[in-house]
Write a protein that binds this ligand. Structure first.
Ligand code: FAD
Length: 269
């Protein structure tokens, strides 16, 4: 599909190393149905060092199913500009730089959508524990927005977010996130390099909020979503085990139940 760029702006502090963009793509008259938790593939133009067309890269949707703007045929992405060279590769950051540099009205080749393992429950009363770092916040934004748009139904479950970044200014969507009402979403920010503050990672905050996490875990309507860098899975599982064990429960049984009932979801890259 060809989509048109209708917005592209930075969502991290201009003075930080972390250049993360919110990019809105419009599909015009063409239907492109998506669900929160899915990703799309972007085909960067041009060829690689061997003269072959570039491979598609995947990006999670940051907007809910009914559009970045409700009722519009558009969607949004949260893209981090990759600048580090991963050891001798001829090109690096091909697609993320292409996306972050797009201007309004540029067109983009899109494939997908992909993914059926990170979808949110259809049941409106489901509680969501969302654990993420960096651009792993994209699917959490999509799910949160889906809940926000049905606030008036009075049928929403509880939302608990654990969001990790180095500093507040490197945390994408910091401003809009902090404006969300606290009785709508329980926000826990883990900052690992905020000057003058102790280093905290998402797993530290999960332990600190142990009683509330346990309370949610004891409800069979609770689903857990983890998205971000690959390395975070182990730390998060250890923290969930610790809070469970503290209440005298057997984590291996609960872990098994969560997996079997499709209530524990990971998307790391
Ligand atoms: P490059 O260094 O050019 O490429 C990075 C990666 O692309 C490589 O490590 C490799 O895995 C793959 N690749 C490159 N060339 C080849 C090749 N010839 N053959 C096979 N593979 C190749 N990033 C975000 O910023 N935001 C998101 O929301 C997001 N969601 C993602 C969701 C999923 C499910 C996955 C798998 C990844 C997601 N990513 C996301 C990461 C994203 O897909 C890219 O890896 C990232 O943007 C870097 O791509 P690049 O082209 O800029 O960097």
């Amino acid at each position: 599909m060809t989509a048109t760029v209708v917005g592209n702006y930075r969502v991290t502090g201009a003075d930080t190393e972390s250049d993360i963009h919110h990019i809105v793509l419009d599909f015009g008259e063409l239907p492109f149905p998506v669900l929160e938790g899915q990703s799309i593939g972007i085909l960067p133009p041009g060829v690689d060092a061997q003269g072959r067309p570039h491979h598609a890269r995947q990006y999670s949707l940051a907007s809910p199913r009914d559009g970045e703007r409700a009722g519009y045929n558009n969607l949004s992405l949260t893209v981090k500009r990759v600048t580090e060279d991963h050891g001798g590769a001829a090109a690096h950051g091909v697609c993320s730089n292409y996306l972050c540099d797009l201007a309004k009205n540029d067109t983009v080749q899109v494939i997908g959508p992909f993914g059926h393992t990170f979808l949110m429950p259809n049941h409106p009363r489901a509680n969501l524990i969302m654990i993420c770092t960096g651009t792993g916040s994209a699917p959490m934004r999509a799910m949160t927005e889906r809940y926000r748009r049905r606030i008036d139904t009075g049928e929403n479950g509880r939302l608990m977010l654990f969001f990790g970044a180095r500093t507040e200014r490197e945390l994408p969507y910091f401003g809009p996130l902090m404006k969300l009402p606290r009785d709508f979403i329980d926000i826990n920010l883990a900052l690992s390099r905020e000057p003058g503050q102790p280093k905290r990672y998402v797993q530290d905050l999960i332990r600190e909020r142990g009683p509330q996490v346990r309370d949610l875990l004891s409800d069979r309507n609770t689903c857990i979503y983890v998205c971000g860098l690959k390395g975070m899975e182990v730390g998060v599982l250890d923290a969930l085990r610790d809070v469970t064990v503290q209440s005298g429960q057997d984590w291996s049984i609960l872990h098994d139940v969560l997996r079997r009932e499709g209530r524990l979801h990971f998307e790391t890259y």
